[in-house]
Design a protein around this ligand. Structure first.
Ligand code: SF4
Length: 494
């Protein structure tokens, strides 16, 4: 610890200095000099910010401006939150400082979470917009909770904190190399918070307002576990320049599994959300029924409750648990049994076939008629097919990948024959379109359009996000085959 001239204690920043390629002694002196100009309260905030920065930095890159930026951030937080000299730093300020400091580090290239989430985040061929960090829904299975392993206690226990404004995010979207106006599917807040928490709702609408003004016409996916008020549904239904594809989650989770959503009153408001949505035909919506975790929410009555919730929507996406490193500790902490994980297929999502069979059996026995699919891409696809009145091929070419690669099938085969046909044999893209997309995404590769997908040939493997984006924009499988000279009959790989 270093003493500032005024006597308040600042944490050691040796690790941060190393990550940012700064001389440790020089960095310490610079911080002490800059801290000397701060009020006592600003210095106290700086102490928290530096502590988070020193603990949270996990990438090494030259960041010569990081110290003045962290001091500036401390001043901003202190001004926003207010506080007297000598006052202790409250937990809510600490959370804000955590979230904003991590965002600043991420922007400087000094921090990346396990999923590589960014304010505009390429994921499964889509671009997800994230203005916030933090969530108060309290899901035991949250994949972001692993950040707490590093002592960065901002996520699970935290209220959402806005770390970047909506206009900046939409501007970055417009300039993103994988963004094609009118084509790229967009998602909101799906990796950093819950879009209809009271503290997030206005950010969700601000993003939608900006997309409406831009008039690009890209479909917008929103996944929520929260209820929507009727006024929210009206606002959603009023957008004209794009299609909203809404996933309403209900998985009959007990409070130990999802802290916020388990009460009878909350569930009743989710049921009313379904009614409100169904009353507005221009909104497409489906039931999101995941994660379903053996021992947590897979009792017959829980499965029945969830399936009945989804029945009026006519479409249910089922799915298992994405494994998180601290599952054992979280289970013990919440009083939940440790789920039996199905490691046989080496998947990162655990969804035992026996559990899938039980769900389908209950669905049959109850005489329910909703379509069951097993992948988010299938949910989006069936919603689009229903809106357009004709089957469109899977938005990620999921079934095509199943057939081409022989992987364990993501397509459950329960859709209509017309939908199955569309997903089995999507129309091959015109070579000129492939070429234009490759050029747009900055990929230098030769290619051939084959029955099993577009085969890309290049010495350097394109980034996984680029391959996903190509497949999603073409609605056709895309396989990288290595160097064309070397490629004779290479295996088809995902
Ligand atoms: S047919 Fe299969 S791949 Fe296509 S949307 Fe239905 S479940 Fe998904």
């Amino acid at each position: 610890m270093n003493e500032t001239p005024e006597g308040s204690v600042l944490p050691d920043i040796g690790r941060l200095a190393w990550r940012a390629a700064l001389d440790a002694d020089g960095a310490r002196r610079e911080v002490e000099l800059r801290a000397a100009e701060l009020s006592g309260f600003e210095r106290a905030v700086l102490g928290v910010v530096l502590e988070v920065a020193d603990t949270g930095a996990n990438r090494r890159t030259a960041a010569p401006r990081i110290l003045p930026e962290l001091v500036g951030l401390s001043r901003t937080i202190a001004a926003e939150r207010g506080g007297r000299d000598g006052a202790s730093i409250r937990m809510d300020l600490r959370r804000v400082a955590n979230a904003k400091t991590l965002h600043l580090l991420r922007e400087a290239g000094l921090y990346e979470d396990g999923e590589g989430v960014q304010p505009v985040w390429p994921h499964a061929g889509m671009l997800i917009l994230n203005t916030m960090l933090g969530c108060s829904f309290g899901c035991a299975y949250c994949f972001r909770a692993d950040e707490q392993q590093e002592g960065v206690e901002w996520f699970l226990s935290g209220r959402p904190t806005q770390v970047v404004d909506e206009a900046t995010v939409v501007d970055r979207l417009a300039r993103h190399p994988l963004f094609v106006p009118g084509v790229t599917q967009i998602g909101l807040h799906s990796a950093t918070t819950e879009p209809f928490l009271p503290q997030v709702r206005e950010s969700t609408f601000a993003l939608l307002d900006l997309l409406e003004s831009a008039s690009w016409g890209n479909d917008v996916m929103i996944i929520t576990k929260h209820f929507l008020r009727e006024a929210d549904v009206d606002r959603l239904a009023a957008y004209r320049s794009f299609q909203i594809l809404l996933f309403l989650t209900h998985n009959a989770a007990p409070a130990a599994m999802e802290t916020m959503g388990a009460s009878a009153g909350f569930l009743e408001r989710k049921r009313r959300t379904v009614e409100h949505v169904l009353a507005r035909p221009n909104l497409a919506a489906a039931h999101y029924y995941r994660p379903i975790v053996p021992g947590w929410n897979d009792a017959p009555e829980q499965i029945e409750a969830a399936l009945r919730f989804g029945e009026p929507l006519g479409l249910t996406v089922i799915g298992g648990l994405k494994e998180i490193p601290q599952l054992k500790e979280v289970s013990a902490l919440r009083g939940l049994p440790l789920p039996l994980l199905d490691d046989t297929a080496g998947r990162d999502k655990h969804f035992p076939p026996e559990l899938v069979d039980r769900i389908l059996k209950i669905h049959r026995e109850l005489g329910l008629t909703s379509t069951i699919v097993g992948d988010q891409s299938c949910g989006l696809t069936v919603m689009l097919s229903r809106l357009r009145g004709r089957p469109v091929p899977n938005v990620e070419a999921t079934r095509m990948y199943d057939l081409a690669t022989g992987r364990s099938a993501k397509c459950m085969g329960l859709c209509s024959p017309e939908q199955l046909a569309a997903c089995t044999a999507p129309a091959p893209p015109e070579p000129a379109r492939v070429e234009a997309l490759l050029h747009r995404f900055g990929v230098t590769a030769q290619f051939a359009v084959a029955p099993d997908g577009v085969r890309l040939y290049s010495t350097r493997q394109p980034d996984r996000h680029v391959i996903d984006a190509l497949a999603a924009h073409l609605r056709f499988a895309v396989h990288w085959r290595g160097d064309r000279q070397a490629a004779t009959t290479p295996p088809v790989e995902e």
